[in-house]
Design a protein around this ligand. Structure first.
Ligand SMILES: [Zn+2]
Length: 419
């Protein structure tokens, strides 16, 4: 929580001017930095949380030691938890305060919009946690960063490998009545559901989701080419964490990867943490889909940011967080989510594909805004909401210096240093 006077204190990094102090709503800001598009100096003018203009400058009025870039805030469509808070907590352990804690921690990593993701779980826990999320977003500040939620499962493949780390005892067939209970508990704010299309009833489920405007993603499945085509015909639009949620051994001709890669109507979300996919897989996925159809996602869990070691998950499994940030589920030799935030994904996709900084932000912000209809964000453009990040970039490592949501400074590295 930063007020106006603390905002002015951050002027050492970039030039910020409050032109009016009548009310917060009248505040104006001017932010300078290098454009993420072409690395030239720009000035972004903001009024009432909206970008009013972007002006090219011959040079920055206050050059900084390290080059600082300005880009749209990151949009993460798959956040299972963060900073010790899990959206899958049972027993009432997920609280509004916890959701705020996770959101503030994500702001530190430049994430200005995210979808709390609930995975395969007990019915009463899913109901309770959607209700808690619905309570949390009554706070307008949280609502600005949480436009809705992602339900991944429980309607996924029960088969080992495809199921990943989702607990078998809670995996089930699509059940519209049950889903409607979640939808109501969530105040109608379920933005995306990830399902396995080969399950009995899945096509009808996808059709009904589409009618409600919910984006359907394919995940943790072993759908045939015909089934995948039918699912996309019915409205599925995203392949969730393509290349993961798949058995280690698959048929080289008949497997779910080729049809999902081949269908231009499907966006592919990919986990770019350096562990979930080989560099060659990322290269091929980006070549096949094109920069406009890739969604960089984090799939972070509550272990993100914690000390390496052995931990027990909410459903009693033993997982290992390694020193280099990998979360392994040794019992099935699969990964169990990630501990690397979106900033890592931006750097990693640039490193392995050679894409530009601009293209990396298309894949980590703009495309997400387009898929999910978040038309007010995702790009540095006049008229968009001022969700901005200021950051340094060194050896493919993104270091967030400031994060703004709707023109409001929600994180400053300088302030953190001073504490
Ligand atoms: Zn998954």
């Amino acid at each position: 929580m930063l007020n106006c006077s603390r905002l002015i204190c951050t002027m050492s990094v970039i030039s910020i001017v409050t032109l009016s102090t009548v009310t917060h709503a009248k505040d104006s800001l001017m932010i300078e930095g290098l454009s993420y598009i072409d690395k030239t100096p720009i000035q972004v003018d903001i009024q009432d949380g909206i970008i009013q203009g972007i002006r090219a400058k011959s040079k920055l009025s206050k050059p900084t030691q390290e080059p600082l870039y300005i880009a749209p805030g990151l949009i993460d469509n798959q956040v299972n938890g963060y900073a010790s808070v899990s959206f899958g907590f049972g027993g009432g352990a997920l609280t509004v305060e916890g959701i705020r804690k996770a959101t503030e921690a994500l702001w530190r990593e430049g994430v200005t919009t995210y979808f709390p993701t609930l995975t395969t779980n007990r019915h009463d826990i899913l109901l309770a946690n959607f209700a808690t999320l619905a309570r949390a977003v009554k706070d307008p500040e949280l609502a600005r960063s949480i436009p809705g939620y992602h339900l991944e499962g429980p309607y996924i493949s029960p088969i080992d490998g495809y199921r990943g780390a989702h607990p078998l005892q809670y995996v089930r067939l699509p059940d519209w009545q049950e889903f409607m209970a979640y939808y109501k508990a969530a105040d109608g704010k379920i933005i995306q559901v990830s399902v396995a299309p080969e399950l009995d009833g899945a096509m009808d489920f996808i059709r009904r989701c589409r009618a409600l405007g919910i984006k359907v993603a394919l995940a943790h499945h072993n759908g045939s080419a015909a089934v995948i085509k039918q699912a996309v015909d019915e409205g599925a639009i995203v392949a969730t964490h393509l290349g993961n949620g798949c058995a280690n051994l698959i048929n080289r001709h008949d497997n779910p990867l080729w049809p999902q890669l081949a269908d231009d109507r499907l966006y592919a979300s990919i986990i770019c943490d350096g562990f979930h996919l080989r560099p060659e897989e990322i290269q091929v996925f980006v070549k096949a889909k094109g920069v406009d159809r890739i969604l960089v996602t984090s799939d972070v869990t509550r272990f993100a940011g914690m000390t390496p070691g052995i931990y027990n998950t909410d459903d009693g499994k033993t997982i290992e967080l390694t020193v280099d940030g990998m979360i392994r589920y040794p019992a099935q030799q699969v990964l169990a989510g990630s501990a690397s935030p979106m900033t890592k994904g931006v750097g990693h996709i640039m490193r392995v594909t050679g894409c530009s900084l601009e293209q990396a932000f298309h894949m980590a912000s703009r495309n997400q805004a387009r898929v999910y209809g978040l038309t007010d964000r995702g790009e540095l453009e006049t008229g968009k909401r001022a969700d901005l990040i200021v950051f340094a970039l060194e050896d493919f490592t993104v270091k967030i210096r400031q994060t703004y949501v709707a023109g409001r400074l929600v994180y400053s590295a300088n302030e953190a240093d001073a504490q």
